[in-house]
Design a protein around this ligand. Structure first.
Ligand code: SAM
Length: 318
């Protein structure tokens, strides 16, 4: 129950974050026993580069505690959607935090929002959506891969989030989101290989007062098809963007000073001393490598029902 609000003390069954370094962050379950590959109950021991962690020892500790490992130490942190995204077990490609933040902002998701998502995948985006719509809102998430829906459903249960989310096993391109959700959603999010097939179903699911849609696609050809279909079905304000995050490192650096006047003189002890002088500067260092392309985000608005114009089969050149 560790995702649903802040807690002081780690209880048995909590999912916690083990932070060793900025690139060595893991999720661990605070449970004394676990099942091995043969299905037998064994002691739950998590191996880290700094030694083994007996997970039973986490129970009763305070979040934020520094824990000793045989070859170093780590910190036990509260899980958040951001930490879950970087530590979750990958069952599919996932959506990362820079894209997630843009999705939540552009879809205008807030506490109380009713949101539809497909596919559920590994549940990376779902966790962030649930935090944004809590406590009165609801997330309806769909995937046509049965095991993925079951695993995601179990994770939501384990994380204490089950009341805020309904997981459904369904092919949304063929069968839509279901009559129960007609005109219920404030926002629809699509992360599908053929998102344009789900657009007519999104129109049915969005509220009659209108709503927002987002489609995430890695390829520009998917974007083109989706934009055409969005236009056909009366969406407005269609906009595609790509989020490329550049993180700067602000730090004090030392640089050798170069005094050209001194270069003229013979190398006396005084000149050599001047050569070795350094100057301290406050710098902002760009990353050595720029993070690459993840996907394109297409956003669109469906206006209130009385203001909609449907351009079926009429894609013009503007
Ligand atoms: C890339 S993953 C989604 C990842 C997810 N956004 C996340 O952040 O973890 C795409 C998912 O869509 C599901 N999917 C593909 N086509 C579908 C369809 N027609 N109906 C429902 N789910 C579908 C796949 O099974 C897969 O799990």
């Amino acid at each position: 129950m560790s995702f649903d609000g802040y807690k002081e003390v780690i209880n048995e069954g909590d999912t916690v974050i083990l932070y060793l370094t900025i690139s060595q962050v893991y999720n661990v379950k605070a449970e004394g026993k676990t099942l091995n590959k043969k299905g037998q109950q064994v002691e739950n021991i998590f191996q880290t580069p700094y030694g083994a962690l007996k997970c039973a020892e986490l129970i009763g500790k305070t979040y934020g505690t520094k824990i000793q490992l045989s070859k170093g130490w780590g910190y036990i942190l509260q899980p958040t959607p951001e930490l879950w995204t970087i530590t979750l077990p990958h069952r599919t490609q996932i959506i990362y935090t820079p894209d997630i933040s843009m999705i939540i902002l552009q879809l205008e998701i807030k506490p109380g929002s009713i949101v539809i998502e497909s596919g559920t995948g590994s549940g990376s985006l779902s966790h962030a959506l649930i935090r944004a719509i809590k406590p009165q809102g609801h997330l309806y998430t769909f995937d046509f891969h049965e095991l993925r829906t079951k695993t995601a459903g179990q994770e939501f249960q384990d994380h204490g989030l089950a009341n805020y989310v309904t997981v459904t096993h369904r092919d949304v391109c063929c069968n839509g989101f279901g009559e129960d959700l007609n005109e219920k959603a404030d926002a629809v999010f699509l992360d599908l290989p053929h998102p344009w097939l789900a657009v007519p179903h999104a129109v049915k699911a969005l509220k009659s007062i209108g709503g927002r849609l987002c489609s995430f696609s890695p390829c520009i050809e998917q974007v083109q098809k989706t934009c055409c279909e969005l236009k056909n079905f009366g969406f407005q304000e269609i906009q595609t963007l790509e989020v490329l995050q550049t993180q700067y490192n602000v730090q004090i650096r030392q640089f050798p000073t170069l005094d050209v006047e001194f270069l003229k003189y013979p190398k006396t002890e005084e000149v050599e001393k001047k050569d070795r002088e350094v100057q301290k500067c406050l710098t902002a260092i760009p990353p050595a490598q720029q993070p690459g392309h993840t996907g394109y985000l297409t956003f669109a608005s469906l206006y209130p029902i009385w203001a909609r114009t449907v351009n079926k089969n009429e894609v013009d050149s503007d």
